[in-house]
Design a protein around this ligand. Structure first.
Ligand SMILES: [Zn+2]
Length: 472
Protein backbone atom coordinates (compact mmCIF):
# COMPACT_ATOMS: atom_id res chain seq x y z
CA UNK A 1 0.00 0.00 0.00
CA UNK A 2 2.77 2.41 1.04
CA UNK A 3 6.39 2.29 -0.02
CA UNK A 4 9.49 4.43 -0.53
CA UNK A 5 9.48 5.99 -3.96
CA UNK A 6 12.62 8.11 -4.24
CA UNK A 7 10.52 11.29 -4.00
CA UNK A 8 11.79 13.08 -0.87
CA UNK A 9 8.41 14.45 0.24
CA UNK A 10 6.68 11.08 -0.13
CA UNK A 11 9.61 9.21 1.42
CA UNK A 12 9.98 11.41 4.50
CA UNK A 13 6.19 11.23 4.97
CA UNK A 14 6.19 7.44 4.52
CA UNK A 15 9.03 7.20 7.04
CA UNK A 16 7.03 9.35 9.47
CA UNK A 17 3.99 7.06 9.13
CA UNK A 18 6.26 4.04 9.60
CA UNK A 19 7.73 5.55 12.78
CA UNK A 20 4.22 6.43 13.96
CA UNK A 21 3.19 2.77 13.63
CA UNK A 22 6.48 1.76 15.32
CA UNK A 23 7.41 -0.39 12.34
CA UNK A 24 10.56 -0.65 10.25
CA UNK A 25 9.32 -0.51 6.65
CA UNK A 26 6.38 1.32 5.03
CA UNK A 27 5.41 -1.94 3.27
CA UNK A 28 4.65 -3.38 6.72
CA UNK A 29 1.91 -0.83 7.37
CA UNK A 30 -1.68 -2.06 7.27
CA UNK A 31 -4.70 0.07 6.44
CA UNK A 32 -5.44 0.03 10.18
CA UNK A 33 -2.05 1.64 10.80
CA UNK A 34 -2.83 4.32 8.21
CA UNK A 35 -6.27 4.86 9.75
CA UNK A 36 -4.81 5.44 13.23
CA UNK A 37 -2.26 7.90 11.83
CA UNK A 38 -4.90 9.74 9.76
CA UNK A 39 -7.12 10.11 12.82
CA UNK A 40 -4.23 11.47 14.87
CA UNK A 41 -3.41 13.97 12.11
CA UNK A 42 -7.04 15.06 11.85
CA UNK A 43 -7.06 15.70 15.60
CA UNK A 44 -3.81 17.69 15.81
CA UNK A 45 -4.03 19.44 12.42
CA UNK A 46 -7.57 20.68 13.04
CA UNK A 47 -6.58 21.89 16.51
CA UNK A 48 -4.90 25.28 16.82
CA UNK A 49 -1.45 24.44 18.19
CA UNK A 50 0.14 23.43 14.91
CA UNK A 51 -1.55 26.19 12.95
CA UNK A 52 1.52 28.38 12.47
CA UNK A 53 3.43 25.35 11.12
CA UNK A 54 0.64 24.09 8.84
CA UNK A 55 0.18 27.54 7.32
CA UNK A 56 3.63 27.25 5.80
CA UNK A 57 3.23 23.64 4.61
CA UNK A 58 -0.44 23.46 3.57
CA UNK A 59 -1.79 27.00 3.13
CA UNK A 60 -5.39 27.20 1.90
CA UNK A 61 -6.03 23.70 3.20
CA UNK A 62 -8.97 22.90 5.47
CA UNK A 63 -6.48 22.64 8.36
CA UNK A 64 -5.82 26.35 8.37
CA UNK A 65 -8.62 27.96 6.38
CA UNK A 66 -11.29 29.09 8.84
CA UNK A 67 -13.68 30.19 6.12
CA UNK A 68 -14.35 26.82 4.52
CA UNK A 69 -17.62 25.22 5.62
CA UNK A 70 -18.07 21.88 7.38
CA UNK A 71 -18.85 20.02 4.16
CA UNK A 72 -15.83 21.36 2.34
CA UNK A 73 -13.67 20.56 5.34
CA UNK A 74 -14.86 16.98 5.41
CA UNK A 75 -14.33 16.70 1.66
CA UNK A 76 -10.77 17.89 2.04
CA UNK A 77 -10.01 15.48 4.90
CA UNK A 78 -11.57 12.56 3.01
CA UNK A 79 -9.25 13.29 0.13
CA UNK A 80 -6.04 14.33 1.91
CA UNK A 81 -6.04 12.00 4.93
CA UNK A 82 -8.53 9.20 4.23
CA UNK A 83 -8.04 8.86 0.47
CA UNK A 84 -6.20 5.57 0.98
CA UNK A 85 -9.59 3.97 1.85
CA UNK A 86 -11.16 4.90 -1.49
CA UNK A 87 -10.94 2.61 -4.46
CA UNK A 88 -9.47 4.42 -7.45
CA UNK A 89 -11.30 4.14 -10.76
CA UNK A 90 -9.62 1.80 -13.28
CA UNK A 91 -9.20 4.61 -15.80
CA UNK A 92 -7.42 6.84 -13.26
CA UNK A 93 -3.86 7.81 -14.24
CA UNK A 94 -0.98 6.26 -12.28
CA UNK A 95 0.34 7.99 -9.15
CA UNK A 96 3.47 9.89 -10.17
CA UNK A 97 5.28 8.76 -7.03
CA UNK A 98 4.48 5.04 -6.73
CA UNK A 99 2.60 3.99 -9.88
CA UNK A 100 -0.62 2.82 -8.17
CA UNK A 101 -3.88 4.24 -9.52
CA UNK A 102 -4.14 7.87 -8.52
CA UNK A 103 -6.96 9.25 -6.43
CA UNK A 104 -7.07 12.50 -8.34
CA UNK A 105 -5.11 15.57 -9.26
CA UNK A 106 -3.43 17.37 -6.36
CA UNK A 107 -2.61 21.04 -5.98
CA UNK A 108 -0.78 23.37 -3.72
CA UNK A 109 -3.10 22.91 -0.73
CA UNK A 110 -2.33 19.16 -0.84
CA UNK A 111 1.34 19.03 -1.77
CA UNK A 112 3.96 21.70 -0.95
CA UNK A 113 5.42 23.67 -3.84
CA UNK A 114 2.83 22.67 -6.42
CA UNK A 115 0.87 25.33 -8.24
CA UNK A 116 -2.65 26.31 -7.24
CA UNK A 117 -5.82 25.10 -8.97
CA UNK A 118 -6.23 28.41 -10.76
CA UNK A 119 -2.76 28.28 -12.34
CA UNK A 120 -2.60 26.85 -15.81
CA UNK A 121 0.44 24.59 -15.52
CA UNK A 122 0.14 21.14 -16.99
CA UNK A 123 1.36 17.88 -15.45
CA UNK A 124 1.53 14.42 -17.12
CA UNK A 125 -1.11 13.71 -19.75
CA UNK A 126 -1.70 17.44 -20.19
CA UNK A 127 -3.95 17.44 -17.10
CA UNK A 128 -3.81 20.17 -14.48
CA UNK A 129 -2.68 18.96 -11.05
CA UNK A 130 -0.33 16.19 -10.02
CA UNK A 131 -1.93 12.70 -9.90
CA UNK A 132 -1.21 10.98 -6.56
CA UNK A 133 -2.63 7.89 -4.87
CA UNK A 134 -4.28 7.98 -1.45
CA UNK A 135 -1.33 6.37 0.36
CA UNK A 136 1.23 8.82 -1.07
CA UNK A 137 -1.11 11.71 -0.24
CA UNK A 138 -1.35 10.57 3.38
CA UNK A 139 2.46 10.35 3.46
CA UNK A 140 2.72 13.95 2.26
CA UNK A 141 0.07 14.97 4.78
CA UNK A 142 2.35 13.50 7.49
CA UNK A 143 5.31 15.69 6.43
CA UNK A 144 4.93 18.36 9.15
CA UNK A 145 5.09 15.64 11.83
CA UNK A 146 8.35 14.35 10.35
CA UNK A 147 9.88 17.82 10.00
CA UNK A 148 11.51 20.44 12.21
CA UNK A 149 9.85 23.84 12.16
CA UNK A 150 12.70 26.27 11.56
CA UNK A 151 12.55 29.94 10.53
CA UNK A 152 8.91 29.57 9.56
CA UNK A 153 9.66 26.68 7.25
CA UNK A 154 9.82 22.90 7.40
CA UNK A 155 13.17 21.12 7.49
CA UNK A 156 13.24 17.49 6.40
CA UNK A 157 16.14 15.08 5.83
CA UNK A 158 16.30 12.49 3.12
CA UNK A 159 19.11 9.91 2.96
CA UNK A 160 20.11 7.53 0.20
CA UNK A 161 19.67 4.85 2.87
CA UNK A 162 15.95 4.49 3.80
CA UNK A 163 16.70 3.42 7.36
CA UNK A 164 18.49 6.76 7.93
CA UNK A 165 15.55 8.71 6.48
CA UNK A 166 13.39 6.77 8.96
CA UNK A 167 15.75 7.59 11.83
CA UNK A 168 15.54 11.36 11.22
CA UNK A 169 11.76 11.23 10.67
CA UNK A 170 11.36 9.31 13.93
CA UNK A 171 13.32 11.94 15.86
CA UNK A 172 11.23 14.74 14.40
CA UNK A 173 7.99 12.86 15.03
CA UNK A 174 8.90 12.26 18.67
CA UNK A 175 9.78 15.91 19.15
CA UNK A 176 6.57 17.12 17.49
CA UNK A 177 4.41 14.73 19.50
CA UNK A 178 6.11 15.92 22.69
CA UNK A 179 5.50 19.55 21.75
CA UNK A 180 1.86 18.85 20.91
CA UNK A 181 1.39 17.10 24.21
CA UNK A 182 2.93 20.04 26.09
CA UNK A 183 0.89 22.51 24.06
CA UNK A 184 -2.24 20.64 25.11
CA UNK A 185 -1.65 22.04 28.59
CA UNK A 186 -0.98 25.61 27.55
CA UNK A 187 -1.73 28.11 24.84
CA UNK A 188 1.87 28.62 23.78
CA UNK A 189 2.82 29.19 20.15
CA UNK A 190 4.35 26.32 18.21
CA UNK A 191 8.15 26.60 18.68
CA UNK A 192 10.12 27.80 15.70
CA UNK A 193 13.85 27.02 15.67
CA UNK A 194 16.31 29.42 13.99
CA UNK A 195 19.61 29.21 12.07
CA UNK A 196 18.81 26.24 9.88
CA UNK A 197 22.42 25.35 8.98
CA UNK A 198 23.39 25.04 12.62
CA UNK A 199 20.26 23.00 13.41
CA UNK A 200 21.03 20.74 10.48
CA UNK A 201 24.56 20.05 11.72
CA UNK A 202 23.25 19.46 15.26
CA UNK A 203 20.93 16.86 13.85
CA UNK A 204 23.77 15.22 11.96
CA UNK A 205 25.92 15.08 15.13
CA UNK A 206 23.02 13.72 17.19
CA UNK A 207 22.39 11.07 14.55
CA UNK A 208 26.08 10.08 14.60
CA UNK A 209 25.79 9.67 18.36
CA UNK A 210 22.69 7.46 18.01
CA UNK A 211 24.48 5.36 15.41
CA UNK A 212 27.38 4.82 17.79
CA UNK A 213 25.09 3.94 20.67
CA UNK A 214 23.33 1.36 18.57
CA UNK A 215 26.61 0.06 17.17
CA UNK A 216 25.25 0.53 13.65
CA UNK A 217 27.50 -0.33 10.77
CA UNK A 218 29.29 2.58 9.17
CA UNK A 219 28.88 2.55 5.44
CA UNK A 220 29.19 5.63 3.27
CA UNK A 221 26.03 7.65 2.79
CA UNK A 222 25.01 11.11 1.75
CA UNK A 223 22.12 13.23 3.00
CA UNK A 224 19.96 15.92 1.47
CA UNK A 225 18.08 18.41 3.57
CA UNK A 226 15.09 20.34 2.23
CA UNK A 227 14.09 23.55 3.94
CA UNK A 228 10.89 24.75 2.37
CA UNK A 229 7.84 26.89 2.70
CA UNK A 230 4.65 26.61 0.74
CA UNK A 231 3.43 29.93 2.09
CA UNK A 232 1.16 32.14 0.03
CA UNK A 233 3.62 35.03 0.38
CA UNK A 234 6.30 33.15 -1.53
CA UNK A 235 6.86 29.42 -1.78
CA UNK A 236 10.57 28.65 -1.65
CA UNK A 237 13.01 25.84 -1.02
CA UNK A 238 16.66 25.63 -0.01
CA UNK A 239 18.41 22.35 -0.60
CA UNK A 240 21.52 21.34 1.38
CA UNK A 241 23.48 18.43 0.08
CA UNK A 242 25.72 16.72 2.65
CA UNK A 243 28.15 14.58 0.65
CA UNK A 244 29.32 11.25 2.04
CA UNK A 245 32.83 12.64 2.80
CA UNK A 246 31.35 15.25 5.15
CA UNK A 247 28.91 12.80 6.76
CA UNK A 248 31.75 10.34 7.26
CA UNK A 249 34.05 13.01 8.72
CA UNK A 250 31.41 14.22 11.20
CA UNK A 251 30.49 10.67 12.14
CA UNK A 252 34.10 9.81 12.96
CA UNK A 253 35.16 13.16 14.42
CA UNK A 254 32.34 13.17 16.98
CA UNK A 255 33.44 9.73 18.23
CA UNK A 256 35.38 9.17 21.46
CA UNK A 257 38.82 9.30 19.85
CA UNK A 258 38.46 12.88 18.58
CA UNK A 259 35.71 14.13 20.89
CA UNK A 260 37.78 16.40 23.12
CA UNK A 261 39.28 18.38 20.21
CA UNK A 262 35.97 18.38 18.32
CA UNK A 263 33.97 19.53 21.34
CA UNK A 264 36.47 22.28 22.15
CA UNK A 265 36.15 23.67 18.60
CA UNK A 266 32.35 23.45 18.66
CA UNK A 267 32.18 25.12 22.08
CA UNK A 268 34.25 28.09 20.89
CA UNK A 269 32.19 28.60 17.74
CA UNK A 270 28.86 29.69 19.22
CA UNK A 271 27.77 33.16 18.25
CA UNK A 272 28.12 35.44 21.28
CA UNK A 273 25.08 36.03 23.41
CA UNK A 274 24.01 32.42 23.21
CA UNK A 275 21.37 31.81 25.78
CA UNK A 276 21.62 28.25 27.05
CA UNK A 277 17.90 28.19 27.77
CA UNK A 278 17.08 28.73 24.12
CA UNK A 279 19.87 26.95 22.29
CA UNK A 280 17.65 26.38 19.24
CA UNK A 281 18.14 30.02 18.22
CA UNK A 282 21.90 30.35 18.04
CA UNK A 283 24.42 29.99 15.25
CA UNK A 284 27.51 27.91 15.40
CA UNK A 285 30.04 29.18 12.86
CA UNK A 286 32.07 25.95 12.84
CA UNK A 287 28.96 23.94 11.98
CA UNK A 288 28.01 26.40 9.27
CA UNK A 289 31.48 26.48 7.73
CA UNK A 290 31.51 22.67 7.68
CA UNK A 291 28.53 22.83 5.33
CA UNK A 292 30.54 24.98 2.92
CA UNK A 293 33.31 22.40 2.52
CA UNK A 294 35.23 21.29 0.57
CA UNK A 295 35.40 24.86 -0.77
CA UNK A 296 37.88 26.87 1.22
CA UNK A 297 39.31 23.89 3.09
CA UNK A 298 42.74 25.59 3.56
CA UNK A 299 41.11 28.61 5.24
CA UNK A 300 38.93 26.28 7.30
CA UNK A 301 42.09 24.56 8.57
CA UNK A 302 43.78 27.84 9.46
CA UNK A 303 40.71 29.10 11.26
CA UNK A 304 39.54 26.12 13.26
CA UNK A 305 42.54 23.83 13.58
CA UNK A 306 45.26 26.50 13.74
CA UNK A 307 43.04 29.02 15.59
CA UNK A 308 43.80 32.01 13.40
CA UNK A 309 41.52 34.95 14.23
CA UNK A 310 39.13 36.29 11.62
CA UNK A 311 40.28 39.90 11.62
CA UNK A 312 37.25 41.32 9.82
CA UNK A 313 34.81 39.41 12.02
CA UNK A 314 31.59 41.26 12.80
CA UNK A 315 30.69 41.93 16.41
CA UNK A 316 29.64 38.79 18.30
CA UNK A 317 31.39 36.53 15.77
CA UNK A 318 33.46 34.18 17.96
CA UNK A 319 36.12 33.79 15.25
CA UNK A 320 37.27 37.35 15.92
CA UNK A 321 38.61 36.17 19.28
CA UNK A 322 40.47 33.07 18.15
CA UNK A 323 43.98 33.17 19.56
CA UNK A 324 46.53 30.43 19.17
CA UNK A 325 48.53 31.43 22.24
CA UNK A 326 45.46 31.04 24.45
CA UNK A 327 44.11 27.94 22.71
CA UNK A 328 47.11 25.66 22.31
CA UNK A 329 45.16 22.76 23.79
CA UNK A 330 42.63 22.94 20.94
CA UNK A 331 45.28 22.26 18.28
CA UNK A 332 45.04 18.58 17.36
CA UNK A 333 46.96 16.68 14.74
CA UNK A 334 44.74 13.57 14.87
CA UNK A 335 41.60 15.61 14.06
CA UNK A 336 43.49 17.47 11.29
CA UNK A 337 44.74 14.17 9.91
CA UNK A 338 41.18 12.81 9.85
CA UNK A 339 40.00 15.94 8.05
CA UNK A 340 42.76 15.60 5.44
CA UNK A 341 41.88 11.99 4.76
CA UNK A 342 38.09 12.29 4.74
CA UNK A 343 37.37 15.78 3.41
CA UNK A 344 40.46 17.01 1.52
CA UNK A 345 41.24 13.56 0.13
CA UNK A 346 44.95 14.23 0.51
CA UNK A 347 47.35 11.50 -0.48
CA UNK A 348 48.32 9.41 2.55
CA UNK A 349 52.06 9.50 1.86
CA UNK A 350 51.97 13.31 1.74
CA UNK A 351 50.08 13.49 5.06
CA UNK A 352 52.61 11.13 6.59
CA UNK A 353 55.54 13.18 5.23
CA UNK A 354 54.02 16.37 6.68
CA UNK A 355 53.53 14.76 10.07
CA UNK A 356 57.10 13.42 10.09
CA UNK A 357 58.37 16.88 9.12
CA UNK A 358 56.36 18.42 11.94
CA UNK A 359 57.86 15.97 14.44
CA UNK A 360 61.38 16.65 13.24
CA UNK A 361 60.89 20.45 13.35
CA UNK A 362 59.43 20.32 16.86
CA UNK A 363 62.37 18.21 18.01
CA UNK A 364 64.82 20.65 16.46
CA UNK A 365 63.13 23.77 17.88
CA UNK A 366 63.04 22.28 21.36
CA UNK A 367 66.53 20.77 21.42
CA UNK A 368 68.21 23.86 19.93
CA UNK A 369 65.73 26.25 21.50
CA UNK A 370 65.72 28.03 18.13
CA UNK A 371 63.04 30.67 18.64
CA UNK A 372 64.16 32.57 15.57
CA UNK A 373 63.57 29.54 13.37
CA UNK A 374 60.18 29.01 15.01
CA UNK A 375 59.16 32.59 14.20
CA UNK A 376 60.26 32.17 10.57
CA UNK A 377 58.25 28.99 10.26
CA UNK A 378 55.20 30.51 11.93
CA UNK A 379 55.17 33.83 10.10
CA UNK A 380 56.61 33.03 6.65
CA UNK A 381 54.22 34.50 4.11
CA UNK A 382 56.43 33.82 1.10
CA UNK A 383 57.67 30.46 0.02
CA UNK A 384 61.33 31.43 -0.27
CA UNK A 385 61.39 32.60 3.36
CA UNK A 386 60.17 29.22 4.52
CA UNK A 387 62.48 27.37 2.13
CA UNK A 388 65.56 29.32 3.19
CA UNK A 389 64.76 28.85 6.87
CA UNK A 390 64.47 25.09 6.38
CA UNK A 391 67.69 24.93 4.35
CA UNK A 392 69.65 27.00 6.87
CA UNK A 393 68.47 25.00 9.85
CA UNK A 394 69.17 21.77 7.97
CA UNK A 395 72.71 22.91 7.17
CA UNK A 396 73.41 23.73 10.79
CA UNK A 397 72.12 20.31 11.83
CA UNK A 398 74.41 18.63 9.30
CA UNK A 399 77.37 20.71 10.54
CA UNK A 400 76.61 19.52 14.06
CA UNK A 401 76.77 15.93 12.82
CA UNK A 402 72.98 15.33 12.90
CA UNK A 403 70.64 14.41 10.02
CA UNK A 404 69.03 17.29 8.05
CA UNK A 405 65.56 18.55 9.05
CA UNK A 406 64.03 17.27 5.86
CA UNK A 407 65.28 15.02 3.10
CA UNK A 408 65.22 16.13 -0.49
CA UNK A 409 62.53 13.58 -1.42
CA UNK A 410 60.27 14.63 1.44
CA UNK A 411 60.82 18.27 0.59
CA UNK A 412 59.55 17.64 -2.94
CA UNK A 413 56.63 15.55 -1.68
CA UNK A 414 55.50 18.18 0.82
CA UNK A 415 56.23 21.50 -0.89
CA UNK A 416 57.13 21.14 -4.55
CA UNK A 417 55.77 19.50 -7.66
CA UNK A 418 59.21 18.89 -9.12
CA UNK A 419 62.61 20.35 -8.59
CA UNK A 420 62.27 24.13 -8.02
CA UNK A 421 58.55 24.14 -8.88
CA UNK A 422 56.61 25.18 -5.81
CA UNK A 423 53.16 23.71 -5.19
CA UNK A 424 50.33 26.22 -5.18
CA UNK A 425 49.24 24.86 -1.80
CA UNK A 426 52.65 25.18 -0.10
CA UNK A 427 50.94 27.43 2.49
CA UNK A 428 48.53 24.63 3.35
CA UNK A 429 51.43 22.20 3.78
CA UNK A 430 53.18 24.72 6.02
CA UNK A 431 50.01 25.20 8.12
CA UNK A 432 49.64 21.47 8.49
CA UNK A 433 53.26 21.00 9.54
CA UNK A 434 52.74 23.90 11.99
CA UNK A 435 49.73 22.16 13.54
CA UNK A 436 51.92 19.14 14.27
CA UNK A 437 54.82 21.31 15.51
CA UNK A 438 52.52 23.28 17.83
CA UNK A 439 50.87 20.18 19.20
CA UNK A 440 54.25 18.60 19.91
CA UNK A 441 55.86 21.72 21.39
CA UNK A 442 52.80 22.29 23.57
CA UNK A 443 52.97 18.70 24.81
CA UNK A 444 56.61 19.33 25.77
CA UNK A 445 55.77 22.62 27.53
CA UNK A 446 58.02 24.57 25.19
CA UNK A 447 55.57 27.47 24.84
CA UNK A 448 55.20 27.67 28.61
CA UNK A 449 58.98 28.14 28.81
CA UNK A 450 59.08 30.50 25.80
CA UNK A 451 55.92 32.61 26.04
CA UNK A 452 57.38 35.32 23.77
CA UNK A 453 57.37 32.78 20.90
CA UNK A 454 53.67 33.45 20.37
CA UNK A 455 53.56 37.15 21.14
CA UNK A 456 52.21 39.44 18.45
CA UNK A 457 55.32 41.50 17.73
CA UNK A 458 57.96 39.56 15.92
CA UNK A 459 60.89 39.93 13.63
CA UNK A 460 59.58 39.15 10.18
CA UNK A 461 61.93 41.43 8.28
CA UNK A 462 64.03 39.67 5.72
CA UNK A 463 67.76 39.50 6.14
CA UNK A 464 69.92 40.64 3.25
CA UNK A 465 70.90 37.10 2.69
CA UNK A 466 67.28 36.05 2.19
CA UNK A 467 66.61 38.94 -0.17
CA UNK A 468 69.53 37.83 -2.25
CA UNK A 469 68.27 34.27 -2.30
CA UNK A 470 64.85 35.46 -3.45
CA UNK A 471 66.22 37.26 -6.44
CA UNK A 472 68.79 34.64 -7.31
ZN1 LIG B 1 1.33 6.71 -4.77
Amino acid sequence: MLRYTGHPFVDVGAATLTAFAEKERPEHLTSDDLQVAAEYMEKVYMGKHMNSFLVCVFPNSAYVNPTSGADKKQQFLDFHLYGFRQAATPEAPPCVACGQRALGPTFRQHVPLLTGEDVLNFFPNAQPGLPLCGACLLAIAALPLGALKCSGRALILHADDDSITLDFAREHLERNRRLLQLAGQSNSKYPDAKEVRTRLMEQLCAWAERQRRRGSETRALSLTAYHFTNSGQGPDIDIYHLPSQLVDFVRTATGARYASAWNAIVRRAWWAGRDASDAADTRNVFYEDLLRLPDNAPLFIRRYFLREAYRAAPKDDPRGGYNLAAELDVVSWPLTDLFLRKVVNMDRSRIEAIRALGDRLAEYIESQNDRRFWRRLYTADKYYILRNALIKASESEIKAGRPPLITFDDFILVFEEGEELVRTDWGLARDLALIRVIEQLHARQWFAKNPEALSEESDTSESDEEKEAATA
